[in-house]
Design a protein. Sequence first.
Length: 199
Amino acid sequence: MRKNYAYSADFDLKTEKLLKDAKYLGQGNNGIVYELPHNRIIKIFLKEKICKAEGMTLKRTKKSKYFPKIYFLGELYIVREKVEGVRLDKYIKRNGLDKEISKKLYDLLKEFKKLGFVKLDTRCRDIYVTKDRKLMMIDPKGCYTRRVDFPRHLMKKLNSLKLLEVFLTHIEEIDEEKSKYWRSQLDKYFKKKNIEYEV
């Protein structure tokens, strides 16, 4: 069960005015999110450090098609573009995992490297699939600070959905060398964490 937190932040006048028409969207471990007019959201954080890190990541990725635009970074909040779509894990539960989506995940992970991320991983719940089947990221965490050189969280979730082998077979057709590397790293990770492959 998620804890209840008391949020408090000093807003600029423009944001304060927008908040009058805000609609609650949800709450995570690091913040609470409201929808604002003009296809924007505001995320209010518990910790300034986390707010700054996420805001700076969005500023550094502003030219990437995979990340929402950031409009304002405050001490404890960010105002950014709203990401429309369905969470990746929910999407593939309904639709399965075809080669096109696997290729888009592969391209997304390549984009991480291009952007200078040291964390070449993400969670399924931080990727959204739009109506036209584009992938968009939300809640980028630890991208420039937490070193992870293969998509272990992503593949761990695909494993629990019994779609890991489907994904890795698609990747093998796209980039055989990358597929071999990911498999070898995943074998070590699963063995260390005592996780079994789901088929």
